[in-house]
Design a protein around this ligand. Sequence first.
Ligand code: COA
Length: 147
Amino acid sequence: MTVTIREARPEDEARWRELWAAYLVFYDVTVDADITDSTWRRVFDPASAIAMRVAEVDGRMMGFALYLTHEGTWIRGRDCYLEDLFVDADARGQGVGRALMDDLVSTCKAKGWSRLYWHTSEQNRTARALYDSYVESDGHIRYRISF
Ligand SMILES: CC(C)(COP(=O)(O)OP(=O)(O)OC[C@H]1O[C@@H](n2cnc3c(N)ncnc32)[C@H](O)[C@@H]1OP(=O)(O)O)[C@@H](O)C(=O)NCCC(=O)NCCS
């Protein structure tokens, strides 16, 4: 099994949409189609901070990491926020998620960004096992108002 991590490409659209749909099912959420369309478009829009790395297993796209960077008040460089990480259920437990995480850590270092952060559900034991191997949770909890 060969895992390759690379930048997303326009030709990934159909497969990304399949994986994205499975990701939304995993979270039991609905995202309006225009938002999904906009997310896809922004990955390739130089004016947008959103970017995506994808994982290929033996040449087939099996996972993605969607992230963005932003300024911060406590840092010199940029903060990198990992917003979405997903691996196809058929490819889990074989190092694909870790490969995406390792790749993003390397990207942050190569770009000179100051920090990488992300959230997950307290109950997401699989993801937390992966994340705990990088760093301890900083204990912050999230407050969010939707408008
Ligand atoms: C979380 C997720 C990305 C992990 O991807 P993956 O490719 O299965 O992970 P890996 O095979 O690289 O495993 C990485 C670590 O995760 C943990 N892990 C993986 N599968 C596990 C399982 N079934 N049970 C418990 N821990 C598990 C292990 O600690 C593993 O460490 P190891 O490399 O020392 O074995 C994947 O399970 C997924 O997409 N889940 C659904 C969406 C999700 O939860 N996304 C993250 C939300 S923030």
